[in-house]
Ligand binder design. Structure first.
Ligand SMILES: [Zn+2]
Length: 317
């Protein structure tokens, strides 16, 4: 493994901000496939860092066995200053780095960071995986989100990654400044994985994704592991019409009764929305359909209209 600093920015008083790329070079004269893995664009999303840690450990062993047939690049901490602070945003100007990619980006230093990262990825990759966790409010089952229009190329790749579901969702303008959208537009297939919840590490989900990425690397010819890899499961493919969203009709505390990943029956209870001051149950939250509960509210403080759950249903919603 070789490590390279792709960017170094001076800070007012502390050490410089640096983005590191680790490279596992091909042990063939011509790399079979070049795959890049990116984590930590949002500084409070730690699941991707742990996934990269696990993958680096395994890839070092594979390198010693001459099993690297393509090139693997790992950017384990793409937003180091935000990661140090444990905040979603880039600390200097409170900017979301994952909203500074693309042509319409801001003239700030943050966009220099995103431009450098984008160009480095573009020149080194045939395929990119960008790891994200959820926000502080919701926990997510391991999933890949694909913007409609990119699904033809991305679904077959996403199926190799051992996630629970692939969610194809409509395009929205907000995605146009993300890393994933811009790489896909530049014809570099990019999978955006969303898993768990921010500021936590869900080991089971992370290990599930590590198996998926190793499977992706094996199936694309990037690695050739002699030892059999863990079997991966086929994800559920979910179209926008199959996603049912449950929102709070009242402000209160959400007390969940089930865990994310459960297959629910129509009408099954998900939890209660309570008024703790008056000692009242404001609303019993029940599933509007049968299906897989793939998003669930973890943060109990709930405003009116806040998302409580998402269910992937077999029927149109
Ligand atoms: Zn994120």
């Amino acid at each position: 493994m070789q490590s390279q600093r792709i960017l170094s920015i001076k800070t007012p008083v502390g050490p410089p901000i640096e983005i590191i790329r680790h490279t596992f070079s091909s042990q063939l004269p011509k790399p079979a496939k070049r795959v890049s893995l990116v984590a930590g664009l949002h500084g409070d999303e730690l699941e991707g860092l742990y996934i990269c840690h696990q993958l680096i450990e395994t890839l070092k062993k594979l390198e010693a066995e001459n099993a690297i047939k393509g090139e693997v690049h790992i950017y384990p901490a793409a937003n180091p200053q935000a990661l140090d602070a444990g905040t979603r945003l880039w600390p200097f100007f409170s900017i979301d780095i994952n909203r500074t990619f693309g042509e319409k980006n801001t003239p700030f230093l943050a966009s220099k960071v995103s431009r450098t990262l984008f160009e480095d990825l573009r020149s080194h990759s045939d395929l990119v995986v960008d790891f994200h966790a959820s926000n502080l409010h919701l926990i997510e089952l391991p999933q890949i989100r694909i913007i409609q229009g990119f699904e033809k190329k991305l679904v077959p790749l996403a199926e190799l990654c051992n996630v629970d579901l692939i969610w194809v969702h409509p395009h929205a303008e907000i995605f146009e400044s993300t890393l994933g959208y811009n790489l896909n537009k530049a014809k570099i297939p990019t999978l955006v994985i969303e898993t768990g919840i921010c500021l936590r590490i869900h080991k089971t989900y992370c290990n599930q994704i590590v198996s998926g990425i190793l499977n992706l690397l094996q199936k694309t010819g990037t690695i050739k592991s002699v030892e059999p890899l863990t079997e991966v499961a086929m994800p559920k493919l979910v179209q926008p019409k199959n996603v049912a969203m449950v929102q709070a009709a009242h402000a209160g505390l959400f007390i969940k009764q089930v865990e994310v990943g459960k297959t629910l029956n129509k009408g099954e209870k998900i939890g209660d929305l309570i008024d703790p001051v008056q000692g009242q149950v404001l609303e019993e939250i029940r599933s509007p359909c049968s299906g897989l509960l793939f998003t669930l509210r973890e943060h109990p403080l709930t405003g009116k209209g806040a998302p409580l759950a998402r269910i992937a249903s077999e029927e149109s919603q």
